[in-house]
Design a protein around this ligand. Structure first.
Ligand SMILES: Nc1ncnc2c1ncn2[C@@H]1O[C@H](COP(=O)(O)OP(=O)(O)OP(=O)(O)O)[C@@H](O)[C@H]1O
Ligand SMILES: [Mg+2]
Length: 366
C-alpha cells in the first residue's frame, strides 16, 4: 500500500468534470457532461432513479472509467489515476463495510494504509465515531449494526482521513428524520470547517436544498439545470426541474399580445399577464409555473395577479392546508395556506379569490 498519501490538512480542491460520459453496452447512461464545483463547496446531485447520479460519482472517484471526457481535481487531470491515489473519500450507496473488521478497524482502515501513528489513529477514529454518534460501538462488527448505523460507519470511514474531496451516495437514506436533521447539521459544519469539497447524491429534496451551495439536477443522464438552491427552486428553467424539485402549478398556453404586454392565452382567451417576455414572443407555447406557497386566498390589490375560482378540495397537511381551486380554464391551482385559527379556509364548493405576486411566477418556453 502506498505510504505517501496525505492524511489531512490537504489544500482545498475544486472538482471539474469536462465532457465525461458513460456508455454501458448500447446504453448511454451519462451524456457527455461538464460542470465545475468550486473548492470547499457542497454540491448535491438530484434526479430520478437511473438518471446517472451514481455513475457520475463513480467516474469522479475512479471506480468507473468514463467513455469520454476528463475528471480534474485541484487543477490536475486524474482521469487515468487509480481510485486509491485520488485521495477522495467515498460513501457508497451500498455501505460496503469490511464484514470481518470491527467498527473501529473499518474506520481506521484509511488511516492505517496511510501509516498514521497508532495514537493519532485512535484519536481520529474516536472523533469520527463521535461525529456519527456511535461512540461505544467500536468493538462491534458490521453484522451487529442496524442499517442506519452501518451507514454512519461508512460515513465516518470516508471522512476520517480528511480528504479534500468527499463523494457521498445517499449517505443518510437509512436514517430517521431526527437523526438525519442532526447529521445534516453536523456534517455541514465539519465540511465547512475542513473545507472539504463535497458532492452528494440524495433523494431527499429538503436535504438537497438545505445542505447545498450548488444543486445539479439530472435527467436521463444529462444536466437539466445547475445553480444555487434558491435559484433552482425559484427559477426553474424547465418543466422537469419545476416538477422534480418541489411542487409546482403549471398552466400551459400560448403567449399573445394583449393590453400593451404579453398574456398567457388558454382556451382562446388571455388569462394572465406574462412577465419578462421578449419581443417576438407572440404565438410561442409557454408554461406558467407557480409554487403553491406563492399563492394566497384573497385579493392582492393592483400590483398582484388576481383570479377567481371554485374550491374543489381541501386537505390538512399539518403545517399547512392544501386547496385545489378550479379556475374554469387550465388545470386547477394547488394553493398552500398556513394552518392558523385566525385564518378562515374557504370550504369546498365556495368561490374564492386567489392572488400572487407576478414575480413569483416563472415562464418557461415549452
Ligand atoms: N454496470 C452497469 N452496467 C450496465 N448498466 C448500468 C451499470 N451501472 C448503471 N447502469 C445503468 O446506467 C443508468 C444510470 O445508473 P445510475 O446507477 O447512475 O443511476 P442513479 O441515478 O444513481 O439511480 P438511483 O437513484 O436508482 O440510484 C441506469 O439506466 C442503469 O441501469
Ligand atoms: Mg444511484
Amino acid at each position: 500500500m502506498p505510504a505517501d498519501l496525505p492524511t489531512g490538512g490537504s489544500p482545498m480542491a475544486s472538482v471539474t468534470i469536462d465532457g465525461i460520459g458513460k456508455r454501458f453496452g448500447g446504453h448511454q447512461a451519462v451524456q457527455p457532461t461538464s460542470f465545475s464545483i468550486p473548492a470547499g463547496a457542497f454540491a448535491t446531485l438530484v434526479g430520478p432513479s437511473g438518471s446517472g447520479k451514481t455513475t457520475i460519482l463513480k467516474m469522479i472517484a475512479g471506480f468507473e472509467e468514463p467513455t469520454s471526457g476528463r475528471v480534474i481535481v485541484a487543477g490536475a487531470d486524474v482521469t487515468r489515476v487509480p481510485p486509491h491515489k485520488r485521495n477522495i473519500g467515498f460513501v457508497f450507496q451500498q455501505y460496503a463495510l469490511f464484514p470481518h473488521l470491527t467498527v473501529f478497524d473499518n474506520i481506521a482502515y484509511p488511516l492505517r494504509i496511510r501509516r498514521l501513528p497508532a495514537q493519532e489513529t485512535k484519536a481520529r477514529v474516536g472523533e469520527a465515531l463521535q461525529l456519527v454518534q456511535l461512540s461505544g460501538f467500536g468493538d462491534r462488527f458490521p453484522a451487529q449494526l442496524s442499517g442506519g448505523q452501518q451507514q454512519r460507519v461508512a460515513l465516518a470511514r470516508a471522512i476520517v482521513f480528511r480528504p479534500p474531496v468527499l463523494l457521498m451516495d445517499e449517505p443518510m437514506s437509512a436514517l430517521d428524520k431526527r437523526l438525519r436533521d442532526e447529521m445534516q447539521y453536523e456534517l455541514r459544519d465539519l465540511q465547512r470547517k475542513l473545507g472539504i469539497t463535497t458532492i452528494a447524491v440524495t433523494h431527499d429534496q429538503t436535504e438537497a436544498l438545505v445542505m447545498s451551495d450548488v444543486v445539479v439536477v439530472l435527467n436521463r443522464g444529462a444536466v437539466e439545470q445547475i445553480g444555487p438552491p434558491a435559484q433552482i427552486y425559484r427559477k426553474p428553467q424547465s418543466e422537469f426541474v419545476a416538477t422534480f424539485v418541489g411542487e409546482s402549478n403549471i398552466l400551459r398556453g400560448k403567449a399573445v399580445e394583449h393590453e400593451r404586454g404579453f398574456w398567457l392565452e388558454v382556451d382562446g382567451k388571455p388569462r394572465l399577464p406574462l412577465p419578462g417576455m421578449a419581443h417576438g414572443s407572440a404565438g410561442r407555447s409557454v408554461a406558467y409555473v407557480l409554487r403553491p406557497e406563492a399563492v394566497s386566498v384573497g385579493d392582492g390589490g393592483a400590483d398582484a395577479v388576481n383570479v377567481e375560482g371554485e374550491v374543489l378540495e381541501t386537505s390538512f397537511v399539518g403545517e399547512s392546508r392544501r386547496l385545489r381551486i378550479g379556475l374554469g380554464w387550465g388545470t386547477p391551482l394547488i394553493v398552500k395556506v398556513p394552518n392558523r385559527v385566525d385564518l378562515r379556509t374557504p370550504q369546498v364548493g365556495e368561490r374564492a379569490g386567489v392572488t400572487w405576486h407576478p414575480g413569483d411566477a416563472s415562464v418557461i418556453p415549452s
